[in-house]
Design a protein. Structure first.
Length: 233
């Protein structure tokens, strides 16, 4: 693999989740070179073995390790065109009943972890690349019984909006992916509580495919990338 290869080189964090695995399969099918990070060690090993992609186990609570993941991907890939973070966890219940520990967990996994990954990747991503994270449609219309869950995702969305202005001079696209409610079983794996009544979820395949179309389309509009020196943290 050489840095003059124009195939996208992307760090995918959350590669062992449902959305992450779909995104990985889609991008690999398009010829992208990926560096994979995720929590589930077995799934990560299987995906890395089948794809030949470098991988790194990541715990969302280790924010220092999250911040080092972008520089790690740059070293492994030789160039970093973009970062996509698909990590997330659901949690439900009236605000007065959600335990503080559960609220902290939601904020760490849904906001602080993606922020740390993207913050650490800013110097590593090439000019004109992208920094993307999945927040979700809950940011647009929070339901009763989702206060802490919605707050964590909204915090990430707000942060991404400010980041977009801060990196505009480098022509880096910051993407707040507010994917619609999808049939992935995500709500059934909530860290606390039971989900409110939800309409049937959308097929995740087209949702993820549209996101990858957008990210890869952004890179396709750019001039061929030149080499960028490795940067550590």
């Amino acid at each position: 693999m050489t840095t003059c290869d124009s195939s996208p080189r992307v760090l995918l964090v959350g590669a062992t989740g449902e959305v992450g695995r779909l995104a990985a399969t889609d991008m690999i099918g398009r010829g992208a070179h990926l560096a994979l990070a995720g929590r589930n060690e077995q799934r990560l090993a299987e995906l890395a073995a089948s794809s030949g992609c470098p991988s790194r186990r990541l715990d969302a609570y280790d924010l220092d390790a999250c911040a080092r993941t972008g520089p790690w991907a740059l070293v492994k890939l030789g160039r970093l065109d973009g970062v996509l973070v698909t990590i997330g966890i659901a949690g439900f219940g009236p605000a007065a009943e959600v335990p503080d520990a559960a609220a902290e967990h939601l904020m760490t996994v849904n906001a602080l972890c993606p922020m740390a990954v993207l913050r650490g990747a800013i110097p590593a991503v090439r000019d004109g690349g992208f920094l993307a994270a999945v927040s979700g449609a809950i940011v647009n219309a929070p339901l009763i019984g989702t206060a802490d869950y919605a707050a964590s995702k909204t915090a990430l969305a707000c942060w991404l909006g400010v980041l977009a202005r801060e990196v505009r001079s480098r022509h880096i696209a910051v993407v707040d992916a507010r994917l619609r409610h999808m049939d992935t079983g995500f709500a059934s794996r909530a860290v606390v509580g039971n989900p409110p009544p939800l309409r049937p979820g959308n097929d995740p395949g087209p949702e993820v495919r549209a996101l990858i179309d957008h990210l890869v389309g952004h890179l396709a509009k750019l001039a061929p990338p030149g080499p960028r020196p490795h940067q550590g943290r």
